[in-house]
Design a binder for this molecule. Structure first.
Ligand code: SF4
Length: 387
């Protein structure tokens, strides 16, 4: 049974990742149950715990919500949750507490009066929506309405929204912020594998000996997932980390610390970088030829496409050191199990789908897919994981 870590206000803002639980390769990520209760409250005073999940980033950590007198008074992780093994990040721990609210957060609806937004009550605000919608439907029809949605709703909420928009109002104009990242992820997976499910699993973190993060500032976007990587990189037999990011992030620092490398390509040059890595794998024959022949098509086309992308040419296009490219390719080519994660630096960038497909290609060339350890995961800022 894992020990419950009780956190006071702001503890985990000062120490974002919490107490580390380093462990060696191949072992299970130790559980650590993080808990926050309103100040002065103890476990015994909680009436009941309701199973839920934190949806504030794409990690989707399992969480139990503490209820007292019909109101939420705290939250804790679940040791058995496969995503977090009990952990919660600062947003999950404190996101719902009143003291974490800032004064400029909305507490009441606003309506526009003579060009100015003014506070109002719910009845007035909802009445305004109904009145304007009815008028627009009458004057212009259903196409007058459009919806732009967060990726952070629950399934039931998405269903209700679709019923309102499509079945009710009859508009096809419904889109979400998932278009910015998950759409690329899905398009790339379909291009590579014919299906949009990602082949990777978070448990690959426990088995890999190299982790490539492409445009993925995990410490700032998915704190619990980064904790999982830190617990490997600070334990025995750590993976080498390769960071692809124009910025000097905490991932870049961990790459230096683990003997990996930080590649900082110019914005808009991801595909050239990927072509260079692919070419290095081919030139050095870091490929599983039997696996490639049995499971893939298009090797000759790929070879021809990437042929001009020598390390020197890529260095010129991307503004990086050609030796760093060689080092990164060598890490990919000589590791037993590589885990790759991809996020907005690729998904929301120039030639996004092609660059993401190129990440998959590296894994396909080495036959590193479909077994524990080597995989590509798509992490996105919505309720999705690593690809
Ligand atoms: S890592 Fe993401 S899902 Fe997990 S607690 Fe933090 S914000 Fe919530």
């Amino acid at each position: 049974m894992s020990q419950v870590q009780n956190h006071r206000s702001w503890d985990r803002v000062a120490n974002v990742f919490g107490e580390s639980t380093p462990h060696p390769r191949g072992s299970v990520w130790p559980a650590r149950v993080d808990q926050y209760l309103d100040e002065g409250l103890t476990d015994r005073e909680v009436d009941r715990w309701v199973q839920s999940a934190c949806l504030l980033c794409s990690n989707g950590c399992g969480a139990d919500i503490a209820v007292k007198d019909g109101r939420m008074v705290g939250i804790r992780g679940r040791a058995g949750d496969t995503v977090s093994h009990g952990r919660l990040g600062p947003k999950g721990l404190y996101g719902s507490t009143p003291w974490a609210s800032f004064p400029d957060r909305l507490t009441r609806p606003l309506i526009r009066e003579a060009g100015r937004l003014v506070e109002t009550d719910w009845e007035t605000a909802m009445g305004r929506i109904v009145e304007v919608s009815k008028r627009l439907l009458k004057e212009k029809g259903p196409l007058s309405h459009g919806f732009y949605t967060s990726g952070q709703l629950f399934l039931e909420e998405y269903y209700t929204l679709a019923v309102i928009g499509k079945a009710g109002l009859g508009t096809p104009h419904m889109d979400g912020n998932t278009r910015l990242c998950t759409a690329t992820s899905a398009a790339a997976f379909k291009e590579s594998f014919g299906a949009d499910g990602q082949p990777g699993s978070y448990t690959d973190i426990e088995h890999c000996d190299a982790i490539f993060l492409y445009g993925h500032n995990m410490p700032e976007t998915q704190t619990v997932l980064w904790t999982r990587i830190l617990d490997r990189s600070r334990g025995d037999d750590p993976p080498r980390i390769v960071c692809v990011d124009p910025r000097r992030t905490a991932v870049a620092e961990e790459a230096d610390r683990t003997g990996g490398v930080h590649l900082a390509p110019r914005v808009g040059t991801n595909l050239a970088l990927m072509n260079g890595l692919t070419r290095e794998l081919l030139v050095h024959d870091w490929i599983d030829r039997a696996w490639v022949d049995a499971h893939t098509i298009g090797l000759d086309d790929l070879r021809e496409t990437v042929d001009p992308y020598t390390p020197e040419h890529v260095a010129e296009v991307c503004g990086i050191d050609p030796e760093d490219l060689r080092t990164a390719a060598r890490i990919f080519g000589e590791s037993e199990n590589v885990l790759s994660t991809v996020l907005q630096g690729f998904y929301q960038s120039h030639q996004a789908t092609a660059a993401s497909v190129a990440v998959h290609n590296l894994h396909l060339l080495r036959g590193m897919i479909g077994r524990p350890g080597p995989a590509t995961c798509a992490a996105s800022s919505v309720a999705a994981g690593v690809s």
